[in-house]
Ligand binder design. Structure first.
Ligand SMILES: [Zn+2]
Length: 343
C-alpha cells in the first residue's frame, strides 16, 4: 500500500471523515451512556440496600458456583441479569463485590463476553450498552441498526481504508439520525452536535487535522534524518574505536614481545651477575689465600730475624767474650808450651 497515494485519494479522506464522525458521536454520547448505567445502578441500589458488603470476592473465588456466593452478590446478580437483554452472562471477569458501590462495575452485564473494551467513548461499546440495557435507552432500533451496520462495514471491517461518497452519505445519515433521536436529544445539544457533524462531513476539520498530521510527519521526518546522522556518527565513532582497539591490541602484543625479550635479557644479566659473583668469590678466596701466605711469610721472616738477633746477642754477650778470651789464652798457652819444650 502506497501511503502517500492513499492519503491523496478522495475516498481515503471520506474514510477519515466517517471515522472522525463516529468518534465524535461516541464522545458526545458518553454522558448519555453513563447516565443510563447510573440509572440502572441507582434503581438496583434503592431496592437492594441494607445488605452486608461482600467480604469473599464471590465472582472471583466461585465464578461458576453461584450457590456459594454471599447474599449481597446473589441478589445483585439476579437483579442485573433481569436488567440485561443478554442471555449468556459470564462472571469470571466481573468484580461482584463492587456492584453495590460502583455503577461502572455492572457494565459487563451489557457487553458480550468477548468484549474487552469498556471505554464509554467508543461508539461500538456504547451501541452494545444501549441495545442490552432493558428499558433504559430508547433509541429506535432501526437507528441503532443502521449505525452499527455503517460502523462495521465502512470503518471497522474495511481494510481498503476507502469510502465512496455514497457510503459516506450513509454513515453521516446514520449519525444524524442518532443525534436527532428523541431519547438522545434529551441528553445533548442536538443543534450544536449536528452543526459540528456537518463540518466533519465537509472535511473542514479534516483539512486542519491533515495539515497537522503532515506537519507532524515532516517534523518526524526531520527527526529521523537527524537521528540517522547521529546513528552514522555513532557508527563512525564505533569504527574508529574498533580501529583504535586493534592498534592498541597490536601494541599490547608488541609490548608483550618486548617484555619477553627484556625478561630474557634480564635472565642473561642475572646469569652474568651470578658468574661475576662466583668469580668475585673465587678471587676473594685467592686473595684470602694470598694474604695467609704473605702473613705466613712475614711471620717466618720475623722468626728468622728473631733467630739472627739471638745469635748476634749471643756473640755480643759478656759470656761469649770471656769464653773467647779463655780459648785464646788456652791456645796461647799450648803454643808456648809446645814451642818452649822445643827450645
Ligand atoms: Zn459476595
Amino acid at each position: 500500500m502506497d501511503i502517500d497515494e492513499l492519503c491523496r485519494h478522495p475516498e481515503y479522506r471520506n474514510y477519515i471523515c466517517c471515522s472522525h464522525g463516529l468518534a465524535y458521536a461516541g464522545i458526545k454520547l458518553e454522558a448519555y451512556t453513563r447516565n443510563g448505567l447510573k440509572s440502572i445502578h441507582r434503581t438496583a441500589y434503592s431496592k437492594l440496600a441494607g445488605k452486608q458488603p461482600c467480604t469473599q470476592r464471590c465472582s472471583e473465588v466461585y465464578p461458576r458456583q453461584i450457590s456459594s456466593w454471599c447474599e449481597t452478590c446473589r441478589v445483585w446478580r439476579k437483579y442485573l441479569c433481569d436488567a440485561s437483554n443478554l442471555q449468556n452472562i459470564y462472571f469470571e471477569k466481573m468484580m461482584s463485590w463492587n456492584w453495590p458501590t460502583s455503577y461502572e462495575s455492572i457494565t459487563p452485564y451489557f457487553l458480550p463476553q468477548s468484549w474487552a473494551n469498556q471505554d464509554f467513548q467508543d461508539i461500538s461499546t456504547s451501541c452494545h450498552i444501549w441495545d442490552n440495557c432493558k428499558n433504559i435507552f430508547m433509541i429506535r432500533q432501526h437507528v441503532l441498526h443502521n449505525l452499527r451496520e455503517c460502523r462495521n462495514t465502512f470503518i471497522a471491517h474495511n481494510p481498503r481504508l476507502r469510502v465512496t461518497d455514497l457510503e459516506k452519505a450513509k454513515v453521516f445519515d446514520a449519525l444524524k439520525d442518532l443525534f436527532k433521536d428523541a431519547d438522545v436529544m434529551l441528553h445533548i445539544d442536538a443543534q450544536d452536535c449536528l452543526s459540528e457533524l456537518d463540518r466533519i462531513e465537509k472535511g473542514d476539520m479534516l483539512s486542519n487535522s491533515l495539515k497537522s498530521i503532515f506537519e507532524a510527519l515532516s517534523k518526524h521526518s526531520d527527526n529521523i534524518v537527524h537521528l540517522q546522522n547521529i546513528a552514522d556518527r555513532l557508527m563512525e565513532s564505533q569504527n574508529d574505536l574498533h580501529s583504535a582497539v586493534e592498534i592498541e591490541n597490536e601494541r599490547h602484543v608488541q609490548v608483550i614481545d618486548t617484555n619477553d625479550e627484556i625478561k630474557d635479557e634480564q635472565y642473561q644479566i642475572q646469569a652474568s651477575v651470578r658468574g661475576l659473583e662466583e668469580k668475585q668469590n673465587e678471587m676473594e678466596r685467592n686473595l684470602r689465600r694470598y694474604h695467609e701466605r704473605v702473613i705466613n711469610m712475614i711471620m717466618m721472616k720475623e722468626e728468622n730475624i728473631g733467630n739472627k738477633e739471638l745469635v748476634l746477642n749471643f756473640f755480643m754477650s759478656h759470656r761469649f767474650l770471656i769464653i773467647f778470651i779463655a780459648i785464646i789464652a788456652i791456645v796461647l798457652s799450648i803454643c808456648f808450651n809446645y814451642y818452649g819444650y822445643k827450645d
